[in-house]
Structure formats: structure tokens, C-alpha cells
Design a protein around this ligand. Structure first.
Ligand code: ADP
Length: 303
């Protein structure tokens, strides 16, 4: 299966050992999922679609993506823009994030409809998120949703993590409406209950699963931190208890890594509960490490 992830990858500055020093990395929700998928399944063709600038950090980002075994053929370059940046600050062990992404090149990732269509043509499964939608101007958002709808009609499978981020939206009504437009064109929805409950008033994870099923998703997997994962797949449904962990260090990218294992399972036609078990083992390793991209052991994911 060929997978195309669409979204923003940013430069990350994380505190280094020496106080006041920072380490440069690259991360972003859909990119993180592509990264974990490439680690879990090195044999799989995983590629990433975004837009970057033509400056040195943009070239470094492209090289970093390629260096992880992720295809870069569909990364657009836009002169006069550069990659978004975020900086992590540690205060008494708590991480907080500052972002500089308002004018990132990635905001233009859907400006070329023909290029988007070409990228999707080369994929069997296309993955995007609510953050991918949030960063786009309304016209570009429509271009992306139209391209996804066309790809789906041509038989591609579409996977969507709603990843609700109110800070990226100017209007909460626009956020929830656009998220449900994304839901309406996906086959696989991967929401997180805590976010969904807040913005859609879902009473419980079943209500979240019902809403995405009603929107048209054949498969829905509802994450809920350390609480059970609820799923629907066609007529089947169930809840899978998350194995408890002795320690949780940093939950960054827990959901992104979880999604990667679910997508790998869909590629393999694995039974849903086996995929969720692997997703929990992968996310369990990720929350016990620091940062978005934790060098996990794929053998431990298989159990
Ligand atoms: P998101 O990062 O999208 O908010 P969640 O916080 O719901 O996602 O976490 C995704 C997955 O990560 C969970 O389904 C679970 O497998 C794992 N996970 C997250 N937090 C914990 C925790 N405290 N203990 C064990 N597993 C966890």
C-alpha cells in the first residue's frame, strides 16, 4: 500500500542538555504519523505532501524527511516563504509550546490543484488532519477537500484525524463545520474523545463514534488517553482497554503514533482489535520517551 500524508512539518527547537541551548528537529502531526509508519513498515511507500520555501532550513527539512525513508516528490517549493517553527520551553518539567507558523509555506500546500491530484493518484491511502485544514485559506481548503473527494471516488482510501486545535481557527463554528466536511469524505476517522467532547458536546466515546459513522466513515477509532479505545468497523464495534503504563513522560505525538499503527493494520487487513493492541503498544512507547519522534522498537509493537 502506498500512503500519502498531507500537512505541515515544522522546525522544532527543543531544550538541549546545556541550559539555554536548543536542538533543531522537524515535526508536525501528519508528518509524525508518516514517520512512525515508515519505522513500523520500512517496506511501505510512505510519502509526505506539504509546501516549503527555498531557503536553507527548507532544504534541511526536505533532506530530513527523505532521510527518514519518506518520499518527498510531492513537496512543493514556494519562494519567499519558509517553514513554520515552534519552540519548546521547559518549566519545572512541564513543556509549553510557542509557534511561529502564521505565514509558513505549508499554508500554501493546497494551492496547486493539479499537483495535489497527481500526488493522490500515486497513493492508495491518503491521510490528512484537522490541522491540515486549519492552516489553509478557505479557497485552498476547498481545493483540498475537492481533491480528496475525487480521490475517494477513484477508489483511494481516505484517513482523517480531526485533531481539533481551536487556536488555529478564528471561528469555532467554522472549525466544527469544516471538521465535519472532512469527516464526510473519509473512510477512516481517528478522533480523540477529549477534544471532540469539548467542541461537539459528545456525551461519551460512543457518541463520537456515532457522529463520524453517521458522517460516512466506515471505520472509526476513538482514542481517549489511558481510557479504553472505542471502535466501529462496518457492523462490528467494541472497546479495547489501554494497557496501563508504569510511567508517562511526555504525551506529545501519542495520537499521531497511534494512528500510524492503525493505518499499518488497515494496509495489512489486520483485525481491528489486533491493530488497536499494536497502536497502544506503539503509543505506550512514545509516551515513555521525550518529544514527537521517539525511536521506538517495532518488534515491541508487534508484542
Ligand atoms: P491524542 O494525542 O490524539 O490526544 P490520546 O491522548 O487519546 O491521543 O492518546 C492516544 C493513545 O496513546 C491512547 O489511545 C493510548 O494508547 C496512548 N496513551 C496516551 N496516554 C496514555 C497513558 N496515560 N497511559 C497509557 N497509554 C496512553
Amino acid at each position: 500500500m502506498r500512503v500519502l500524508a498531507i500537512g505541515e512539518c515544522m522546525a522544532e527547537l527543543a531544550p538541549a542538555e546545556v541550559p539555554g541551548n536548543y536542538r533543531l528537529g522537524f515535526a508536525g502531526d501528519t508528518f509524525n504519523t508518516a514517520w512512525y509508519l515508515a519505522r513500523l513498515r520500512p517496506d511501505m511507500a510512505v510519502s509526505f505532501q506539504t509546501a516549503i520555501g527555498t531557503d536553507a532550513i527548507s532544504r534541511q527539512l526536505r533532506e530530513a524527511v527523505a532521510g527518514c525513508g519518506i518520499g518527498t516528490d510531492h513537496i512543493r517549493t514556494v519562494p519567499d516563504r519558509t517553514v513554520g517553527l515552534y519552540l519548546i520551553t521547559l518549566t519545572d518539567g512541564e513543556r509549553s509550546f510557542s509557534y511561529w507558523r502564521d505565514h509558513s509555506a505549508a499554508r500554501l500546500l493546497a494551492d496547486d490543484a493539479a499537483a495535489l491530484a497527481r500526488a493522490m493518484e500515486e497513493a492508495d491511502l491518503v491521510y490528512f488532519s484537522g490541522i491540515t485544514l486549519a492552516i489553509l485559506a478557505p479557497a485552498a481548503r476547498k481545493t483540498l477537500l475537492d481533491a480528496l473527494r475525487t480521490a475517494r471516488a477513484a477508489g483511494k482510501r481516505i484517513a482523517f484525524d480531526p485533531n481539533l486545535r481551536p487556536r488555529l481557527w478564528s471561528d469555532m463554528g467554522e472549525m466544527t463545520e469544516t471538521i465535519m466536511q472532512g469527516a464526510a469524505i473519509c473512510d477512516i476517522a481517528l478522533p480523540s474523545f477529549e477534544d471532540e467532547a469539548r467542541w461537539f458536546d459528545d456525551a461519551d466515546p460512543e457518541a463520537t463514534a456515532d457522529r463520524y459513522t453517521a458522517a460516512g466513515a466506515e471505520t472509526v477509532v476513538v482514542k481517549n488517553g489511558s481510557d479504553p479505545v472505542h471502535y466501529r468497523q462496518g457492523d462490528a464495534q467494541g472497546a479495547y482497554p489501554v494497557p496501563p503504563l508504569s510511567s508517562v513522560i511526555d504525551t506529545t505525538a501519542a495520537g499521531d503514533s497511534f494512528n500510524a499503527a492503525i493505518l499499518a493494520g488497515i494496509a495489512d487487513d489486520s483485525p481491528m482489535e489486533a491493530s488497536i493492541a499494536r497502536a497502544c503498544r506503539l503509543a505506550g512507547q512514545v509516551v515513555q520517551g521525550r518529544g514527537a519522534l521517539v525511536p521506538v522498537d517495532p518488534a515491541r509493537v508487534d508484542g
